[in-house]
Design a protein around this ligand. Sequence first.
Ligand code: FE2
Ligand code: FE2
Length: 271
Amino acid sequence: MRILFLGDVVGRAGRDAVERELPRLRAALALDLVVVNAENASHGFGLSPEMARAFLAAGADVLTLGNHAWDRKEIIPFIEQEKRLIRPLNYPPGTPGKGSVVVEVPGNRRALVVQAMGRLFMELLDDPFRAIQAELAKHRLGGTVQAIIIDIHAEATSEKQAVAHSFDGLASLVIGTHTHVPSADHRILAGGTAFQSDAGMCGDYDSVIGMQKGAAALRFWRKVPSERLAPAEGEATVCGLFVETDDATGLAKRAEPLRLGGTLSPTMPAP
Ligand SMILES: [Fe+2]
Ligand SMILES: [Fe+2]
């Protein structure tokens, strides 16, 4: 299965780039499954239903969220209806929406997409390790599903690597989101699971993690709460990881980064 995961889409710059590039990428890379983290699509904070529909129309199969899941309140009724939009699995019971989805993939295949949120330097949720373990116990990689993708939305690379090694051989891909900077550690682990500590953001990198650099830097110089942040609006880099898996085992055969446009050095997976 040919899979593309795109990291946190930030603001209009990120949305425009993803909506413009995704249909072309989908064809050029013969993608079977596209997963996009959309927690910062709405001016850096949350996701509106209209934006979710636009990503799905542009070629995303599943959208994930994160700690900004509920910044746009309209997403709460929407997530109850749209099962292709998921939020972290380890929110407490009773939280709207779901933390996983099984989607149909062309060729009579199915893929499970799961998102969990880390706990280091973040709001404390339920245990992400046991939450992922319980979810994976409902499926069989290479049996009931041909691919399993785990989006670990976390601040600390240690926690992300711990998740990856815990589920190595049980998932096709463990991919980090949330830090908005692509890490250079993309690889296939010993058990056959592809991994990258962070996919990076789809947004303008001439910024502080997607927000206008002047105001964002000032926040570190002085503590004035009224200094509101707005997304940077220069050309975005579309950032993510391409993974090709073996349908029989569900394990990864290739893991190659994608960076397109904007200010980061470009790289494109081989066709
Ligand atoms: Fe984010
Ligand atoms: Fe986040």
